[in-house]
Design a protein around this ligand. Structure first.
Ligand code: C5P
Length: 300
C-alpha cells in the first residue's frame, strides 16, 4: 500500500507571547492560518523503517535533520508506541515549506506522518489521541492537523477553530538561510522582560477575520516576535518595506521568521506585489488561505 498526505504551512496572523513558563516554553495567544504551500509525505509498506527528504531547489538541504533525527522518525515512534506496534514502512517527504522558516514546515511533516502512518498501519487512532500525540511532537503540530484558521493557546498546542469568512491572499518571501526558533525566543526574553504571564486574545483581529475584510485584517496583524527577528536579521526590515511599497496591505515576519508574509487585497494584487518583489528577491511565492489541515491526496 502507498499513500500521500499533504500538510500546509502556517502563518501567525497574531502571535502574542508571554514570559517563559517553568518548562521554558512561552505562553501564547496566537491566531494561526493554514496557507496553500505544502509538504507532501508519501509512505509505502515495507519491512524496516526509513525516511528520506527532498527539498525545493532554493532550500538549504543541510538544515533538514536526517539519520533517525527527523521529526517524521519521532512521529512514527510515538504513534507505534501508542498502539504497541512495530515501526514499519518507508517515508518520503517532498518539501515546499521553507526549512527553519517560521512557517511550521517540520510540524507539517509530523502531522502528515501521523495521518499517513495511522492509515498505513490501520491503527484507527481517535482524533483526540492524534491531537494529543501531535502536541507531544511540537507546539504547532496540532494546528497542522486541523488547518483552517484557529486560536492557539497554551504553548500553541491547544487549538480551536475560529470563524473566518475571508478569502485571503498572501505573498511569501522565504529566506535562503533559516532562523533558529529557540534563539528568537531567547532574544525576545532579552527585549521584553516585562512580557505578561498570559498574553491576551486579540479580539479585534478575530472580528476582522470573521468579517472577511482584508483592510481590517491588515490593520490588526501583529507578531510579538517580529522585533526580535528583525534585530537578528535587519535585512528583513527592508524586505517588509519593499513589499508594502509594491502595494501589499501589510507585511510582517511569519512566526519566528525569517520568512516574511504580505497580505494583499485580492489575487491580482498578490500577483502584482509578487512580480515587483521578484526583481529583488529570488524566491517569491503566492498562496491563498485558509486551507485544510493534513489530508490524504493519493491512496492505492
Ligand atoms: O514546540 P516546538 O518543538 O516547536 O518548539 C521549538 C522551540 O521553540 C522550543 O524548544 C522553545 O525553545 C521554543 N518555543 C517556546 N515557546 C513556545 C513554542 C516554542 O519557547 N510556545
Amino acid at each position: 500500500m502507498t499513500l500521500t498526505v499533504r500538510a500546509p504551512a502556517k502563518i501567525n496572523l497574531h502571535l502574542g507571547v508571554g514570559a517563559p513558563r517553568e518548562d521554558g516554553f512561552h505562553p501564547l495567544a496566537t491566531v494561526y492560518q493554514a496557507v496553500g504551500l505544502y509538504d507532501d509525505l508519501t509512505v509505502v509498506d515495507a519491512d524496516g523503517w526509513s525516511v528520506d527528504v527532498a527539498v525545493s531547489d532554493w532550500m538549504d538541504r543541510g538544515q533538514v535533520p536526517l539519520g533517525g533525527d527527523n521529526i517524521v522518525d519521532r512521529a512514527a515512534a510515538l504513534l507505534a508506541a501508542h498502539h504497541g506496534l512495530e515501526v514499519r514502512g518507508t517515508a518520503h517527504v517532498d518539501k515546499s515549506i521553507p526549512v527553519a522558516g517560521g512557517m511550521a514546515g517540520g510540524s507539517a511533516d509530523a502531522a502528515a506522518a501521523l495521518v499517513a502512518l495511522d492509515r498505513l498501519w490501520d491503527a484507527g487512532t481517535t482524533d483526540d489521541d492524534l491531537l494529543e500525540l501531535a502536541a507531544r511532537l511540537g507546539s504547532d503540530v496540532p494546528f497542522a492537523l486541523i488547518g483552517g484558521s484557529a486560536l492557539g493557546t497554551g504553548r500553541g498546542e491547544l487549538v480551536e477553530r475560529v470563524a473566518d469568512h475571508g478569502s485571503w491572499w498572501w505573498v511569501l518571501v522565504p529566506s535562503p538561510t533559516g532562523l533558529s526558533t529557540p534563539e528568537v525566543y531567547r532574544h525576545f526574553d532579552r527585549l521584553r522582560p516585562d512580557a505578561p504571564a498570559v498574553p491576551p486574545v486579540p479580539e479585534a483581529l478575530l472580528d476582522a477575520l470573521d468579517a472577511g475584510v482584508p483592510h481590517a485584517l491588515a490593520a490588526t496583524l501583529h507578531n510579538d516576535l517580529q522585533e526580535a527577528a528583525l534585530d537578528l536579521r535587519p535585512d528583513l526590515g527592508r524586505l517588509i518595506e519593499a513589499g508594502e511599497s509594491e502595494g501589499a496591505l501589510r507585511g510582517m515576519v511569519s512566526g519566528s521568521g525569517p520568512t516574511c508574509v504580505f497580505l494583499c487585497e485580492d489575487p491580482d494584487a498578490a500577483r502584482a506585489v509578487a512580480g515587483g518583489l521578484q526583481e529583488q528577491y529570488d524566491v517569491v511565492l503566492v498562496a491563498g488561505g485558509a486551507v485544510a489541515g493534513a489530508h490524504t491526496v493519493t491512496y492505492g
